[in-house]
Design a protein around this ligand. Sequence first.
Ligand code: URA
Length: 236
Amino acid sequence: MERLDKVISNSGYGSRKDVKKLIKSGYVEVDGKKIKSSDIQVDVKINEIKINGEAINYRKFIYLLMNKPKGTVSATFDNYDKTVIDLLSEYHKSFEPFPVGRLDKDTVGLLILTNDGELNHKLISPKWHVDKVYYAEINRQVDEEDIYAFKEGIVLDDGYKCMPALLEVIKSDENGSSVKVTIQEGKFHQVKRMFLSRNKEVVYLKRISFGLINLDSSLKEGEYRELNEKEIELLK
Ligand code: URA
C-alpha cells in the first residue's frame, strides 16, 4: 500500500505538491469514487485510479543514468554541497531515487540512480563482481610494476587488501599518465588510494562503465536520462 499522492506523482502528474492540489480540486477517482484526501492508502494492483477519467500509468521503479559533474556529492541530502538529486527534475525526484554507490565530489562520469533497493544492494555488493571501469589521469609515469601490483591486490593505507584490479595504460611518460582501471569493489576513495599506495596521485577521475552499462557520450556533465529496457535488463 502506498499514499495516493505518491502513486499519482510517480505516474507523471507533477510534484507531490501539484498532486495534492489536483486531488483537492476533485480530479481524482479511486474505484469510481471521487477522493479529495491525499493521504489515503492505495494498492496499485487492486485499486483503479483515474485522473479526469483517465487511468494512470503507474511505475514503481526508475533507473537513471547520469554523467555526474564535478562538485556535486553522491548523496540524497547534504548541508553544504549540491547533491546529484538536485540535478533531477521534480518528476524524477518524486520517485525518491538514490545513487548506486558513490563517486567522490571531484569525480565525474557514470552514476546510476534508482529507487530499487534490492537491485542497489546487489550492484554494490563485491560478492557479485560488478566491474566498474574508470579513466584516470595520474601525475607520474605508470609502469609494469604498478600493473603487477594492481593485479596482485593493492594494500591500502588502512591495511585492507583489494581484490585484483586491471590497470591498463593508455599513455605514459615522465610528465604523467592516462590509464584505465577496472575494479569490482567500491571502498572509500578506492582508486585514488590504490595509486597513493604506489606513491602516485590521481589528478582526474571519470567512471566510464558500471557492469555492462557504459557512459552515454551524448550526456554532458550534469545531464541524465532514464535507462532503456535493454539497459535495465543488462543491469539486472
Ligand atoms: N575511486 C575513487 O577514488 N573515487 C571515486 O570517486 C571512485 C572510485
